[in-house]
Design a protein around this ligand. Structure first.
Ligand SMILES: [Zn+2]
Length: 394
C-alpha cells in the first residue's frame, strides 16, 4: 500500500509541474480546453485518492504531470521513488513515457535511459538493461554518464557471474579511478582462478592470482587460494609462505590461517617451527585461537602442565570464554568422576554462549554469519566480511 508521503509528493510535484507549465506558456492566454486539462486530472486523481483507490490516483496524477524541460527531473525523481519502493514496473512506464517525448535534450535522454536500465536491472530483465547500457557506454554525451553506465554494466555482469566481461568493462578506466572496483576486480580474478582450479589448470589459476594481487595487493583471498593450490600439490613450505602473508595483509584474518598452517607444519614434522611462528603472531596481536594452538602444540609434545600454565597466564591477561572452555577440557582429562560431573555442569552454559554467536560480520552492512563469504550476500560488497575479533577473544 502506498503511503501518505508518496501521495503528498505526487500532489506537490503536479502542482509544481502545472505552475512551471503556466509560467512558460506563451501567449499567456490559452484556449479554455487547455487551461482546464490539469485541474480536471488533478481533481480526478484526488477523487480516486479520497475513494481509497491509490493506484488509480497515482496513474492519473502521473498523466497530469506535463512533460517539459523543467519537469523532466520531477518525472525522473518519481521514477526513482517508485523503484526504491520496489515498484520498478511503474518506474519503467514513467521512463518510457519520458523517452517518447521529443522535448528531451540529449543529456536528459541519456539520464532517462540510465534510469530505465536501473529499472530493468531491478526487474531482472538483464538483456534489455544490457542493451541500453552498452549503448550508453559508447554514445553517452558526457564522461560521467559513460562512467555511470559502465558501473551499472559491471554490476549486471557480476549478477550474471560473467567475471571476464565485468573485467573487460572495468578496464582500464574504472580500475584506475575506483578503489571499490579494484577490490571487486581482484575477487573476479579469484573467481576465474577457482574455475581453473576446478578444471585442474593450476598454472592458469596461479597467473590469475598474481594478476589479482597486482590489481589489489590487499586481496587476502588471492593468498588463500595460492595456499590451497600448494597444499593440493603437497608443497607445504610454499603453502605456509602464502598463509603467512595473510596476517601481514590484515591481522583480523589471523584466525582463518591457524588450522591449515598447523596441518602444513605437521606434515613437515616441524612442531618447533609452528610454535615459534605462533609465538611471533601472539607477540604482535592477542588472539585466543593462537593461544589455544600454542597450548595444543605443547600438549602434542607431551607437556600438558606447560600447556595449562601458558593458557592460564594468557587468560589472566586477556580473559576469554573460549580460553576457559579449552582449559576446562584440559582439566577434564585428569579429573575424578565427581570433579568431571561438576565441571560438566559448568561447561554447558559456556558452550551455549559460544555456539550461538556468529563468527563473521560485514563491516559495511552488519550482515553476520557462521561462514566466511568473500562477497557479502546482503550488501554485495566484496571483501567486506571479516572474522569478528571480539568474539574470537571472548
Ligand atoms: Zn554487507
Amino acid at each position: 500500500m502506498l503511503d501518505l508521503l508518496l501521495l503528498a509528493l505526487l500532489v506537490v510535484a503536479i502542482a509544481i509541474g502545472w505552475w512551471l507549465g503556466r509560467l512558460q506558456r506563451e501567449p499567456p492566454v490559452r484556449n479554455s480546453q487547455q487551461q482546464n486539462i490539469l485541474p480536471r486530472d488533478y481533481f480526478t486523481g484526488l477523487n480516486y485518492l479520497l475513494n481509497e483507490q491509490p493506484d488509480r490516483a497515482i496513474e492519473t496524477f502521473i498523466q497530469a504531470l506535463e512533460v517539459n524541460s523543467d519537469t523532466v527531473d520531477t518525472h525522473i525523481a518519481l521514477g526513482t521513488l517508485f523503484r526504491s519502493r520496489g515498484e520498478a514496473d511503474r518506474a519503467v512506464r514513467i521512463h518510457q513515457n519520458l523517452l517518447a517525448r521529443p522535448a528531451l535534450s540529449a543529456t536528459q535522454s541519456d539520464q532517462v535511459q540510465l534510469e530505465l536500465s536501473r529499472d530493468f536491472l531491478q526487474l531482472g530483465v538483464h538483456d534489455r538493461a544490457e542493451r541500453l547500457l552498452q549503448q550508453l557506454t559508447r554514445d553517452a554525451h558526457d564522461d560521467d554518464m559513460r562512467r555511470s553506465a559502465k558501473r551499472l554494466l559491471v554490476d549486471l555482469f557480476e549478477r550474471e557471474r560473467e567475471w571476464q566481461q565485468a573485467l573487460d568493462v572495468a578496464s582500464p578506466q574504472l580500475l584506475r579511478q575506483d578503489e571499490d572496483i579494484r577490490c571487486a576486480a581482484a575477487h573476479w580474478l579469484c573467481e576465474l582462478a577457482q574455475k581453473h582450479l576446478e578444471a585442474a589448470s593450476p598454472s592458469l589459476a596461479r597467473k590469475l592470482l598474481r594478476q589479482a594481487l597486482s590489481t589489489d595487493s590487499s586481496c587476502i583471498r588471492a593468498n588463500w587460494l595460492f595456499a590451497v593450490i600448494e597444499r593440493e600439490v603437497g608443497n607445504y613450505k610454499a603453502e605456509i609462505r602464502y598463509l603467512k602473508q595473510i596476517p601481514e595483509q590484515d591481522r583480523d584474518f589471523t584466525c582463518i590461517i591457524l588450522e591449515p598452517l598447523r596441518d602444513a607444519y605437521l606434515k613437515l614434522e616441524d612442531e618447533h617451527g609452528l610454535e615459534q611462528y605462533l609465538h611471533s603472531l601472539n607477540d604482535h596481536t592477542f588472539n585466543t585461537s593462537t593461544v589455544i594452538m600454542i597450548a595444543q602444540s605443547l600438549e602434542r609434545r607431551g607437556d600438558r602442565l606447560s600447556a595449562i600454565a601458558f593458557a592460564t597466564e594468557q587468560l589472566n591477561i586477556h580473559p576469554s570464554l573460549r580460553g576457559i572452555d579449552y582449559l576446562m577440557d584440559l582439566y577434564l582429562l585428569d579429573a575424578t568422576k565427581p570433579q568431571y560431573e561438576q565441571m560438566a555442569l559448568l561447561r554447558q552454559p559456556v558452550a551455549k554462549l559460544l555456539e550461538g554467536s556468529p563468527r563473521y560480520r560485514c563491516h559495511r552492512c552488519g550482515f553476520s554469519g557462521m561462514q566466511l563469504h568473500w562477497h557479502c550476500p546482503r550488501c554485495r560488497k566484496w571483501g567486506s566480511i571479516k572474522p569478528i575479533s571480539g568474539l574470537e577473544n571472548q
